[in-house]
Design a binder for this molecule. Sequence first.
Ligand SMILES: [Zn+2]
Ligand SMILES: [Zn+2]
Ligand SMILES: [Zn+2]
Length: 192
Amino acid sequence: MPATLLYGRCNPYGAETGGPRHVMGGLHGPDSARVDTADMPGLPEAVVQGEWTCPQPAEVRVRMTCRCGHQGDPMALCSWHDEVQWHGEMVAGTVRRVRTLVRVMGHYEMIGARQSGACIRCLYPGQYAETYKALFRHQQELALLNDTGQWHSPRAAFKRQVIEDLVRSFDLGQESAGGPIHRCPMTLVPVS
Ligand SMILES: [Zn+2]
Ligand SMILES: [Zn+2]
Ligand SMILES: [Zn+2]
């Protein structure tokens, strides 16, 4: 059976099944539409810009796996394929459009070649995911207070204190993390 029938359409980063939360290990939650490129190095530009879908049929089924065995959900990805490209060519004094077939990388190769990304669960072990989420939320609330001219209000002062405390808990490092913090590269591993 052709792979196309087995795997359906290419679906980089769960484009059709809820977005980047699978890569992030649930860190941002299903409601977060934010694509944080600092947290996800290696994300294809098209995905960062919100073009989540890919028209190519999927050829492989893979999942992101770190050295410690954390895994993302299986993804169906496209592989090498032919792409039609047009270019102009001068023929007898006029420009003629010429059609060529070019062999281009699929999402499997693109994502696989750029696996500089680190496993979020290894980077933020223990309470880190919670702290990170809380910090993000408090920073957004503080920004809103600032935007509405309430920077000097008691509420904003309290927020700043909360944020400072959270940042300090980050600084405590491993001790407060409940596990060793390390950058763990993720690779694409085929699933059957
Ligand atoms: Zn690890
Ligand atoms: Zn694709
Ligand atoms: Zn990991």
